[in-house]
Each structure stands twice: as structure tokens, then as C-alpha cells.
Design a protein around this ligand. Structure first.
Ligand code: C2E
Ligand code: MG
Ligand code: MG
Ligand code: MG
Length: 285
């Protein structure tokens, strides 16, 4: 009986792996078409200066509305797009959309800096610097309006190549942020060599910031590191007033998170900006 049962389990196991592979293959196919079928859009999450309480920028975040699966989370589909190469075309589309939005917002009196996530796969491409600078020119927005978020893993495959490209982008006026700082292969060597201006504390350290003493210490360490290296620290995933208060007292300059706002569609984002600044002005009056 045990043997029989074992065999059934084995078959079940094989069947489920098989299903998973088919599932993934289908997802890869769907992903390759998502752009041309208009299934992608961007949402924007405000970034707040904790001293002045003003919105200084927005992070553009990609959304995929799949006709059958519904909203597929980017943490799930970005790796798929990276592995089948469609991230190259999608990433360029994201950049174009974000720049178009930045230019439109500047036109209606909201001159914000837009942060765009850049995949390691994109950074590895030979033409990436020209592509990015070309996109800025096409939309006629100053390079200072664009920030690129890269993760520490992007530096790993070819450090010298990544340094050279980020330097070119940075010299042109684009700012660079290290995303998810503290979760990857953090190394002070990278920070020393990289032309970065911002460190983003990963949301996993913010979630239990005031509950878990280790997280408090990690956040403090990143804030202090930022101060000594003259980098602006951004906290991501700020969800409560207590977290906001602690971070601003501790000297963290920028924050984003559900406490302020979820990532929003452009029209909702504009409404949010106006209401938020209205409120701040009233509170200061
Ligand atoms: P990320 O760049 O670290 O973005 C921050 C993530 O935290 C976003 O998840 C955002 O919606 C979420 N978040 C913001 N505030 C809060 C909060 O208060 N609480 C919680 N629990 N979460 C919060 P999202 O939009 O699901 O994106 C996940 C990841 O997918 C991003 O992490 C980024 O690595 C990647 N991604 C998103 N859009 C793009 C893109 O256009 N290109 C590339 N290459 N990657 C992208
Ligand atoms: Mg990011
Ligand atoms: Mg992040
Ligand atoms: Mg993250």
C-alpha cells in the first residue's frame, strides 16, 4: 500500500511540475504580446520630502492587466519578461510613457521628478545610454527630471560596464537610486564606485520598523550611511504615521508608501497632488 501511495504521490508531483511548466510557457507567450495588446499601463506613487511635506517626485510602476488572470503582480511577471527578453521593449515603453507623463505634468504646473525602474537586463545593453538620452530629448524634458532605480544585482555581472554607463547617464544630469538597498549583495565597494545619489531602504525593513529592533537598527544604519556618504535616503513602504514620524526624526529625507498614497493612475495622481498640497498649506496657516 505504501508503495502504491508513493507512486501516486510521485505521479501527482510530476503532473504538477508539468502543469507549472506549461503555465509558465503560456505566461511567457502572453507577456510577449502584452504590450501590443495594450494590456500594460503605469501607475505613479508620490515621493514625499519629510521636512517640507511636499511631493517632490513619483515612482512609475508597471501594471499588467491580463485578460484572464487579472492584474498580475510585477514581482511575478518582470522576471518572466527578463528571461524571455521582452523586458527590453517593455522597459523602453515604460521610459517613454514616464517621460511623456513628466512632460505633461510640467506643462500643467506639477514639475516632478519621475523615477523609473531599470532592469539589469536593460543596463547590460550596449545602446542603453543612447536610448535613454534619446528618450529625454524626444520628450523635451530636462535630464534632472528623471531618476533611474537600479538594484545592487545589476552591478554584479560586469561592475566596470555598469559604472561606465551610470556615469554617462549621471553626467548628463539623470540621478541614480539604489533600489531595495540592504536586500541584495550590498557592498560598500559598489557604493564607492557607483555614481549614485539615492539609497532606497527596502520596505521589508520598514514594515516592522517600530516592532522589530533589528529592523530599527538596519534602517538607522542605512540612514547614517547615507549621511556619511552624502546620499539622500528614501524609505519605501511607509504605512503608518508612527513610521513616518520616526523616519523624519531620525533624518531620513524622503519617503513613499501607502501612508501617503498607493500608486495611482495619472488622473488620480494629479488630484492627489493638489489635495495633498492644499492640506499642507492649511495646516501651516
Ligand atoms: P520596487 O521598485 O521596490 O517598488 C516598490 C514596491 O512597493 C511597489 O510594488 C509598490 O507598489 C510597493 N509599495 C509601495 N508602498 C507600499 C507600502 O506602503 N506597503 C507595501 N506593502 N508595498 C508598498 P509593485 O508595484 O508591485 O512592484 C514590485 C516590483 O516590480 C518593483 O519593486 C520593481 O522591482 C518591479 N517593477 C515595477 N515596475 C517596473 C518597471 O517598470 N520596470 C522594472 N524593471 N521593474 C519594475
Ligand atoms: Mg523601485
Ligand atoms: Mg524598492
Ligand atoms: Mg522592492
Amino acid at each position: 500500500l505504501a508503495k502504491q501511495k508513493g507512486r501516486d504521490h510521485f505521479q501527482f508531483y510530476v503532473a504538477s511540475i508539468d502543469q507549472e511548466i506549461r503555465d509558465r510557457k503560456q505566461l511567457e507567450k502572453d507577456m510577449a504580446q502584452a504590450l501590443s495588446l495594450n494590456q500594460l499601463h503605469l501607475v505613479y506613487q508620490p515621493q514625499i520630502n519629510l521636512e517640507t511635506k511636499r511631493i517632490i517626485g513619483a515612482e512609475a510602476l508597471l501594471r499588467w492587466d491580463h485578460p484572464v488572470r487579472g492584474l498580475v503582480p510585477p514581482d511575478y511577471f518582470i522576471p518572466v519578461a527578463e528571461s524571455n527578453g521582452s523586458i527590453v521593449e517593455i522597459g523602453q515603453w515604460v521610459l517613454d510613457q514616464a517621460c511623456m507623463q513628466a512632460s505633461r505634468w510640467a506643462d500643467i504646473g506639477i514639475p516632478l521628478r519621475i523615477a523609473v525602474n531599470l532592469s539589469a537586463v536593460q543596463l547590460r545593453r550596449e545602446q542603453i545610454v543612447d536610448d535613454i538620452l534619446g528618450t529625454l530629448r524626444r520628450h523635451d524634458i530636462p535630464a534632472g527630471r528623471l531618476e533611474l532605480e537600479v538594484t545592487e544585482t545589476s552591478f554584479m555581472t560586469n561592475l566596470a560596464d555598469a559604472v561606465a554607463k551610470l556615469h554617462s547617464l549621471n553626467r548628463a544630469g539623470i540621478s541614480i537610486a539604489v533600489d531595495d538597498f540592504g536586500t541584495g549583495y550590498s557592498s560598500l565597494t559598489y557604493l564607492k564606485k557607483m555614481p549614485v545619489q539615492h539609497l532606497k531602504i527596502d520596505k521589508q525593513f520598514i514594515r516592522d520598523l517600530l516592532i522589530n529592533e533589528e529592523d530599527t537598527r538596519i534602517a538607522n544604519t542605512i540612514i547614517d550611511l547615507g549621511r556619511s556618504l552624502n546620499l539622500t535616503v528614501v524609505a519605501e513602504g511607509v504605512e503608518t504615521a508612527e513610521q513616518e514620524y520616526y523616519l523624519s526624526q531620525r533624518g531620513c529625507k524622503l519617503a513613499q508608501g501607502y501612508f501617503f498614497s498607493k500608486p495611482l493612475r495619472p488622473a488620480d495622481f494629479e488630484k492627489f497632488v493638489h489635495e495633498f498640497h492644499q492640506k499642507v498649506t492649511e495646516n501651516n496657516a
